[in-house]
Ligand binder design. Structure first.
Ligand SMILES: Cc1cc2nc3c(=O)[nH]c(=O)nc-3n(C[C@H](O)[C@H](O)[C@H](O)COP(=O)(O)O)c2cc1C
Length: 385
């Protein structure tokens, strides 16, 4: 039997196997509230055999949103989220909640003003400038992360995943590209990591029962961004601070959005999903320039993740093109404790059960990446199921 179907204990949390569903933004929270569609989406993943499912991007505060259909963490969301965790637990899986703030990717129409960021910087993704955050704003955001974790615990989640990657707020502080500060939050890597460390400490203080993970970038994926040598030091620092595990990813939404996915660029469906004429026109005219394509390979983050594996002892979740039993076994053999399967489980949530039963050996995901346009068109789904 493959090691993939043996249990694993993650900081006291019993997982039935090694396959987890990473955050893939659902677009199923109109008005910031969890919908029944969101509950069913995750129940279905749990039914398919994954050990843990991750509810994607829940904003810790109103000014941390880049989409109107993102979950907004506030007390009146607890009841709906509790329905979700109950449904997932009933199927025998654990539930994790990804919490974050998107910093200067915030949608100005949603947040009503200039987005927060590490430094004043132009964001080509939202066509806006960031405001360099003040000490008071940083303290507030750290408190909001803690409050978000408290809500996750109230709602019955087993884990929270702090979003420290993909160019979102904490990643904007980590990255030398976006962080030009000269105070204690910028400059040296220790200073650029301060927000990540303070957030982790605050979350662990308020929610000692929760398993705390972080999603981190191995690399931002462009010259001048965070590179592997620094991200390994960040990981060591988080390990020393007691984080339970790291979910390894890569890419920066405003610069290298497909670096984290690889495969086809679904420009047509992305244009169709835009409600702003200028965004449609921009994608049409410049899409190929902004949205660079990267060839897809199974286990595409493995080369960088191997260096991370060698530099820390804590449990690591490897993701990025994990779509066959062969790649799963290879990664487990190289010491990655857990594997994240995003698009493969969007394509077929039953894949873990099928792999375990020997009824399948790989995912049928191509990857066309049309699922990313579907997030804006009523809810994430595979268009080629
Ligand atoms: C439709 C879609 C939405 C995503 N949304 C998020 C998100 O909200 N937060 C996040 O950290 N990663 C997000 N990701 C990235 C995935 O978590 C994962 O890192 C990526 O898909 C690579 O894994 P895969 O090859 O198994 O799909 C998203 C990916 C897809 C395809």
């Amino acid at each position: 039997m493959s090691l993939a179907f043996t249990p694993f204990t993650l900081a006291g949390l019993q997982l039935r196997n090694r396959l987890v569903k990473p955050a893939t933004f659902e677009g199923m929270c109109p008005g910031g509230m969890p919908s029944e569609a969101l509950v069913e989406h995750h129940r279905r993943v749990a039914e398919g055999g994954a050990a843990m499912t991750t509810v994607a991007y829940a904003s810790i505060s109103p000014d941390g949103r880049s989409y109107p259909t993102q979950l907004l963490l506030r007390p009146d969301a607890v009841a709906g989220l509790r329905r979700l965790t109950t449904a997932v637990h009933r199927e025998g899986a654990a539930a994790s909640l990804q919490i974050g703030h998107c910093g200067y990717f915030a949608d100005r129409r949603l947040v009503g003003g200039r987005p927060l960021g590490a430094s004043r910087r132009f964001n080509a993704y939202g066509l806006s400038f960031a405001r360099a955050m003040t000490e008071a704003q940083l303290e507030r955001v750290i408190g909001d992360f803690a409050q978000g974790a408290h809500i996750a615990a109230e709602a019955g989640f087993d884990a929270v995943e702090l979003h420290f990657g993909h160019g979102y707020l904490v990643s904007q502080f980590l990255s030398p590209y976006t962080n030009r500060r000269r105070d204690r939050w910028g400059g040296s890597l220790e200073n650029r990591s301060r927000l990540a460390v303070e957030v982790l400490r605050a979350v662990r203080r308020v929610a000692p029962r929760l398993v705390v993970l972080a999603k981190v970038n191995l690399r931002d994926g462009f010259p001048g961004g965070l590179e592997l040598a620094e991200s390994m030091q960040v990981a060591q620092h988080l390990e020393a601070e007691g984080i339970a595990g790291l979910v390894l990813s890569a890419g920066f939404v405003s610069r290298t959005p497909l670096y984290m996915l690889r495969g086809e660029v679904p420009l047509g469906p992305m244009m169709a999903a835009q409600d702003r004429w200028w965004a449609k026109a921009g994608l049409f005219l410049f899409g190929r320039l902004f949205v660079k394509a990267y060839p897809f390979e199974e286990g595409f983050l493995l080369p960088e993740a191997r260096y991370m594996r060698a530099s820390v002892k804590l449990p690591l979740v490897l993701l990025g093109g994990i779509k066959s039993q062969v790649t799963i076994d290879q990664a487990l053999g190289e010491g990655f404790e857990l594997l994240g399967m995003g698009r493969a489980l969007l394509h077929d949530p039953d894949l873990p059960r099928k792999l375990e039963a020997g009824a399948a050996s790989r995912s049928g995901c191509t990857p066309c990446n049309e699922c990313i346009a579907e997030m804006d068109r009523g809810g994430v789904r595979c268009t080629r199921r």
